[in-house]
Design a protein around this ligand. Structure first.
Ligand code: FEO
Length: 168
């Protein structure tokens, strides 16, 4: 594997690790605030990002590179609202998508079709995660500051998380 691609993949390991920590902090905040559904949603997403990270680590090593395990950076821990959580979720996913697109661009310019093929899984994941973040943010924007609305939103997310767990 070309060094340029290896470096980009190692950067991606770090982005996925950061996303995992960011979502873990969100899960913990929601847990303390009593939003059990939102909390379970972000615990699950934190775990998913960790899976994304490990998949990259294994791929880099299998292709003869050296995966670099990044140091943990403390994520932001205080949030003001559910809207803020989901806005950050969406912007984090948009950032990750941009980075994945950059890797894909480099794969094509270096004719690394193997890594290009591997990265297609991430493209589909990103589509799904961005769409999910946008849908949830749209719902929250409709709800506004209504506490009953937040209660129902949290309950619906719990139902969504439980259904997703059964699909696995
Ligand atoms: Fe693995 Fe959603 O970024």
């Amino acid at each position: 594997m070309k060094k340029e691609i290896e470096n980009l993949l190692n950067d991606q390991v770090r982005y996925e690790a950061n996303a995992s920590m960011h979502y873990l902090a969100m899960a913990s905040w929601a847990d303390v605030k009593g939003y059990n559904g939102v909390s379970e949603f972000f615990y699950a997403n934190s775990e998913e990002e960790r899976v994304h990270m490990i998949k990259l680590v294994k791929f880099i090593n299998e292709r003869g590179g050296n995966a670099l395990i990044p140091a943990l950076t403390a994520p932001k821990k205080d949030f003001h609202s559910l809207n803020e959580l989901f806005e950050e979720f969406l912007s984090s996913e948009i950032f990750v998508t941009q980075k994945i697109n950059e890797i894909i661009f480099e794969c094509l310019s270096h004719k690394d079709y193997n890594t290009h093929n591997f990265m297609q899984w991430y493209v589909s994941e990103q589509l799904e995660e961005e769409a999910q973040a946008r849908t949830m943010l749209d719902k929250l924007n409709i709800i506004g500051n209504d506490k009953t609305g937040h209660y129902m939103f949290d309950r619906d997310i719990m139902t969504f998380v439980k259904a997703a767990e059964q699909d696995v």
